[in-house]
Design a protein around this ligand. Structure first.
Ligand code: 3PG
Length: 205
């Protein structure tokens, strides 16, 4: 699958910060029950890689990727754990090379027009716009559709259930990402019914 195919699996990609890998399968089940078929597990906790491994091995219906990938080494570790894709908050040549050599589709982060153009030159026409609200919000992305009509974005950073529809209404948005569907505290407390409810709303945005 290309990164575009993966992002098209739903309007919202949950951005996950997970503290206990033993909750990975329950989390995947909760997301799937609500109709969400992708998960970006961020490499921000010691449990993240184990959680990716468990989801990739035991939950074939969810397409799991690694987020907050910052180095080529991160990309290789994510690939070895079974990640199907990689998301980076910004982009360095080491990340591009790391994902290419690991054979993983990359959603590369960009926050400025120059960064977006540099990525487009290298063939990355689908990009993560991060941090979406802080870096210019909806009006920034709207302004890109005329000069950069061939680029599409997955914005993340500060997007909520309330604001997601405004982003999704733009022609150059492929999907949005956010942590509101499965926040760290709900995963930790085991409130999977609430996560399913949030997933169900998000899947229909
Ligand atoms: C990300 O990594 O994409 C963001 O941290 C998610 O941002 P949010 O917590 O504001 O949804």
């Amino acid at each position: 699958m290309t990164i575009h195919d993966i992002l098209k699996l739903g309007p919202v990609m949950p951005v996950i910060v997970i503290d206990s890998a033993d909750k990975a399968e329950l989390l995947a089940d909760a997301l799937l029950a609500g109709g969400i078929r992708t998960a970006e597990i961020t490499l921000r906790t010691p449990a993240a890689i184990k959680a990716i491994e468990k989801m990739a091995r035991n939950c074939p219906d969810i397409t799991v990727g690694a987020g907050t990938v910052r180095t080529a080494r991160d990309a290789q570790i994510a690939a070895d754990a079974g990640s199907r894709f990689v998301v980076s908050p910004g982009t360095t040549s080491s990340i591009l090379e790391g994902c290419q050599s690991a054979g993983l589709p990359l959603l590369p982060g960009a926050a400025s027009v120059s960064e977006m153009m540099a990525l487009a030159e290298q063939g990355y026409s689908v990009q993560k716009f991060f941090p979406a609200n802080a870096a210019g919000g909806i009006s920034f992305i709207k302004s890109l559709s005329s000069p950069l009509p061939d680029l599409t974005f997955c914005p993340t950073g500060g997007i909520t259930e309330i604001t997601a529809p405004d982003w999704l209404a733009l022609p150059n948005i492929v999907c949005v990402g956010g942590s509101w569907i499965a926040p760290q505290a709900l995963i930790e407390s085991g409130d999977f019914a609430k996560i399913t409810n949030r997933a169900r709303v998000a899947a229909h945005l």
